[in-house]
Design a protein around this ligand. Structure first.
Ligand code: ADP
Ligand code: MG
Length: 532
């Protein structure tokens, strides 16, 4: 075995497939692809493959299917089952994008879409059908889909399908399939129910699993802002405004929070819409379509409503409210920074939620860095730059004589810079007005005085240990490296002392003293309540 990781070529793919992969922009196969692709191409066993979400499982089965199916034959040769309509659409798009022969028809079928439209596509001939279990069964009952000749059955996101209660549907579908087919089961997790399913329906099988990769993709930057509840909306607007092209998902805790944020956004002139549990399937589909087509660029959602939703190229995921648990944080932020693109996950926390954020960081093994909400001056600078860029992009020919003549006429009334300033003011003063932003509390307080977001620590050293405030500060600096200017409100009593430091430093100090005297009660602990 060579030490260097295999290339797509090493996996036994054809020149056509390699060209399609290059066009798609994949540089090297992901670990699950390295293992699955050669087994599918060379062997003839069934396969169970486990790898986390976002590891490229679709191409792991999609590329070999494309290689092995015959576009000249007029029959359904592979069925891919997915738990949700979004995944059906996404998986069929992904497979289509990997084809080199456009005669190979990949048809998604799912509930909600017109039956007749699907029927027409199926009648024209489908080689790969990607569908949700319910709709596939409908087609089987109406005999508009035949699975007797399939060579491959793919159970994609099998754990999700079981979670969503599709087991009976899956079993019924399997009964309609050709017994000689190969079955490929893909799943992010392997609960016992999946193993039972595999035992029951798969023949000679190979089990492939890849070591857990970092839970969140490296291309995602994770930051958090400390904001008061009443300031979240202002912070959200600033984040959107400082970007050239914001395209993001905003997660709220409840349906009514989603509705509130969306109506506030719309009122302020943003292209935003909502998805949550009370929204009809039809409306949801329309909203997602608008979002995919970028007619709206802010989609506000609850966790449940966003499940299964897959939109690539998001620039941002915003946790307007802190997620309930680390898994949900990973899930949410995993929606940005995909496929080699840079993304940002931003979390709003109120000062009291700091502990919860630390817990999420620890479990998800993600460093979430503190940052500050963009400053109004910087936002306006960014907007001006965008305007200047757009102005320079205008093609000179496009402007035409009318505008030049008009410009000459206007210049009769004043100097060039005076007239240009007037025009700019007329066009942009509303958009560039700093007064449309609300002040944030961090901007109202002068630095240093604002002790919000700080923790009070109890130190088990006092005057009895000949401690004085300067000595205590020096002691903390020497042991922890926390700089002088971050140590506030130093109070030394006979038996003990107190200091106040920002949350992050508090956490660091506590961790260091925790380690120093294992077994014994640490020298520094959290103060019971804030004393002042
Ligand atoms: P999974 O099914 O494991 O959750 P997907 O198949 O949806 O993951 O792939 C996640 C993203 O990674 C997709 O945008 C896909 O185009 C991209 N991707 C897949 N394989 C590669 C690769 N080898 N190199 C770069 N990007 C890839
Ligand atoms: Mg998948």
């Amino acid at each position: 075995m060579p030490d260097t990781p295999p290339t797509f070529q090493d996996l036994g793919l054809s020149a056509d497939a390699l060209a399609a992969i290059a066009k798609k922009g994949f540089e090297e196969p992901s670990p699950i692809q390295q293992l699955v692709i050669p087994k599918l191409l060379r062997n003839s066993t069934d396969i169970i493959a486990q790898a986390q979400t976002g590891t490229g499982k679709t191409a792991a089965f999609g590329l070999p299917l494309i290689e092995m199916l015959n576009p000249r034959e007029f029959s359904v040769q592979a069925l891919v089952l997915t738990p949700t309509r979004e995944l059906a659409i996404q998986v069929s798009d992904e497979i289509r994008s990997l084809r080199s022969d456009s005669r190979l028809q990949v048809i998604p079928v799912y509930g909600g879409q017109s039956f007749n439209q699907q029927l027409r596509s199926l009648k024209k001939g489908a080689h790969i059908v990607v569908g949700t279990p319910g709709r596939v069964i409908d087609h089987l009952h109406r005999r508009t889909l035949r699975l007797e000749d399939i060579e491959f059955l793919v159970l994609d996101e099998a754990d999700e399908m079981l979670n969503m209660g599709f087991i009976e549907d899956m079993e019924e579908i399997i009964k309609h399939t050709n017994p000689d087919k190969r079955t490929l089961l893909f799943s992010a997790t392997m609960p016992p129910r999946i193993k039972e399913l595999a035992k029951k329906y798969l023949k000679e099988q190979e089990f492939i699993t890849v070591k857990q990769q970092p839970l969140t993709p490296r291309q995602t930057e994770h930051i958090y802002y400390e904001v008061k509840n009443a300031e979240k909306f202002e912070a959200l607007c600033r984040i959107i405004d400082i970007e050239d092209e914001f395209y993001g998902l905003v997660f709220c805790r409840t349906k009514s929070d989603v509705d509130t944020v969306v109506s506030q956004l719309i009122e302020r002139g943003y292209d935003a819409d909502a998805i949550h549990g009370d929204i009809s399937q039809d409306q949801r589909e329309r909203t997602l379509m608008k979002f995919r087509q970028r007619r709206i660029n802010v989609l506000v959602a609850t966790d449940v409503a966003a499940r299964g939703l897959d939109v690539v190229d998001l620039t941002h995921v915003i946790n307007y409210a802190l997620p309930q648990d680390p898994e949900s944080y990973v899930h949410r932020s995993g929606r940005t920074g995909r496929a080699g693109k840079q993304g940002t996950s931003i979390t709003f926390i109120t000062p009291r939620e700091y502990q919860k954020l630390l817990f999420i960081q620890r479990i998800s093994k993600t460093a979430i860095k503190k940052s500050i909400v963009p400053d109004v001056k910087d936002i306006i600078k960014a907007k001006k730059k965008k305007i200047a860029d757009e102005v320079m992009e205008i093609n000179a020919q496009e402007i035409g004589e009318t505008y030049h003549n008009w410009a000459k006429k206007l210049l009769e009334h004043g100097s060039e810079s005076d007239m240009l300033a007037r025009i700019l003011y007329h066009a942009y003063h509303a958009e560039l007005d700093p007064d449309m932003y609300d002040e944030l509390h961090t901007e109202r307080h002068s630095r240093g005085q604002d002790l919000e977001g700080q923790a009070r620590l109890f130190v088990a050293l006092g005057k009895k240990d000949s401690i004085t405030p300067p000595k205590l500060v020096k002691f903390i600096i020497q042991n922890t490296g926390v700089p002088n200017e971050l140590i506030n409100e130093v109070q030394v009593y006979d038996q003990f002392s107190f200091i106040t430091v920002p949350f992050a430093e508090a956490e660091r100090i506590l961790a260091i003293f925790q380690k120093k005297n294992t077994g014994k009660k640490p020298l520094v602990t959290k103060a019971r309540k804030k004393e002042s």
